[in-house]
Design a protein around this ligand. Structure first.
Ligand code: NAI
Length: 406
């Protein structure tokens, strides 16, 4: 064994104890809770005292509810709380072994914070970003030691969602990747390793769930409620695409779609829909604005205004579900084809990051690869749009009579 390999093993065995979180908003405070629950000493930093106060009060409320429900006891509550300290200077994070940044989604601001942070922390501190849409390579380039930079992408709400995408940049060292995977696994999360490409796994593979649903609506095939009902009843999804877009916010969901589309050099597969753009422009953001594809009362509860859910045409439902499913499967297969992640990680990402009822590649096996290729070819033959091109991997597998998981 070489000296280098030996030192790697030593590195991997030492566990991360001191964690610095930058930004105490929705994601930062959730990640702080996860790390503190796992026993780390966490320092949560924000530039705004009000954001720190809000995070502290929110954690008290969340933990008190967990005690009420009997999920944790009072000792555990105070253990978690005493593991977190709230700081208002970046320099206070100087003793961290790992820092995770969750501030505003701006490359310029993140780069500035990262280069300042690097001047305070020790040379072996891992510097991670929770970014959803920026390239890790570009963030890492702001550091003197870019090999210590990595993407560690949690899902909202971080304490509840099992999945964490870990994204090494081309600069990231193998040790930093391995230590990050180990740490996130120690925090009892499911890790999916993704290539540093737009949308990583989930935000790439999930695009057709929204995009194809919007296209079906725009073609006049079905209304919002019919499409949602099809995905829930025929597909077993917990929420339909329009309900989910209303939940996420049409402004937020539209921006992700547009960002992914632009980042993929305008690949028509990711083309945003005018319907959603207009809803966002009109302020029909969904649940948070009281109106989106559906209406909501002041408590965010849906006001039922359509009876189309009750009068579902079963054949149409199945067609709608099949069309959205095959577009999702094709996207998942293409992500595997381009080595974005392993088959296992792609399926885990969708079941644990966005609660899909089944992994898409396992679903492809179940439906049959020949069925998948036929469905994509049907769509392509009808529309002659590049959007409906079948992934070469599905075609290759079909010829070789292969499946994703034996
Ligand atoms: P947020 O707006 O809730 O929180 C951001 C916090 O960062 C605020 O408290 C703000 O005061 C603080 N902040 C801003 N600039 C700062 C600076 N220069 N130094 C220190 N603190 C600063 O934002 P959210 O939703 O928590 O998102 C944070 C990051 O996580 C973004 O990169 C976002 O793309 C990513 N993300 C968000 C998800 C979501 O569902 N909200 C999911 C996964 C990732």
């Amino acid at each position: 064994m070489s000296e280098n390999q030996k030192s790697n093993i030593v590195n991997l065995q030492s566990t991360i104890k001191f964690v610095g979180i930058i930004g105490s908003g929705t994601m930062g405070s959730g990640i702080a809770q996860v790390a503190a629950t796992a026993g780390c000493k966490v320092k949560l930093y924000d530039t705004y005292q009000s954001a720190l106060d809000k995070a502290k009060a929110a954690l008290e409320k969340i933990l008190a509810r967990l005690v009420e429900k009997g999920r944790i006891d009072a000792t555990e509550k105070s253990r978690i709380q005493s593991n977190i300290s709230y700081v208002d200077k970046l320099k206070d994070l100087s003793d961290s072994n790992l820092t995770i940044e969750a501030i505003v989604e701006s490359l310029e601001v993140k780069k500035k914070v990262f280069s300042e942070l690097e001047s305070y922390v020790s040379t072996d501190c891992i510097i991670a970003s929770n970014t959803s849409s920026l390239s890790i390579a570009s963030i890492a380039s702001s550091l003197q030691k870019p090999e210590r930079c990595i993407g560690i992408h949690f899902f909202n709400p971080a304490p509840l969602m099992k999945l964490v995408e870990v994204i090494p940049a081309i600069q990231t060292s193998k040790e930093v990747l391995e230590k990050s995977i180990q740490t996130i696994s120690d925090w009892k999360k499911t890790v999916a390793v993704a290539k540093d490409t737009p949308g990583f796994i989930v935000n790439r593979v999930a695009r057709p769930f929204y995009g194809e649903a919007l296209r079906i609506y725009e073609e006049g095939i079905a209304d919002f409620a019919m499409i949602d009902a099809a995905m829930k009843e025929a597909g077993g999804f917990r929420m339909g695409p329009f309900e989910l877009m209303d939940f996420i916010g049409n402004d937020v969901n539209y921006t992700v779609t547009e960002t992914v589309f632009t980042a993929f050099y305008f690949d028509p597969r990711y083309k945003p829909a005018f319907t959603q753009k207009r809803f966002a422009e009109a302020g029909y953001l969904g649940r948070k604005s009281g109106k989106g594809y559906y209406d909501y009362d002041e408590n965010g509860k849906r006001v039922i205004q359509s009876d189309s859910e009750e009068s579902q045409d079963e054949k149409l439902s199945q067609q709608i579900f099949n069309r959205i499913l095959i577009m999702l499967i094709n996207e998942a297969a293409d992500a595997l084809f381009l080595n974005i992640a392993s088959a296992k990680d792609i399926d885990n990402a969708m079941t644990k990051g966005v609660n899909y009822p089944k992994g898409l590649l396992a679903w492809a096996d179940e439906k049959g690869i020949d069925w998948c290729v036929d469905k994509m070819d049907e769509l392509y033959n009808e529309y002659h749009e590049d959007r409906y091109r079948c992934s070469p991997l599905l075609r290759r597998m079909n010829k070789g009579n292969k499946t994703f998981f034996n």
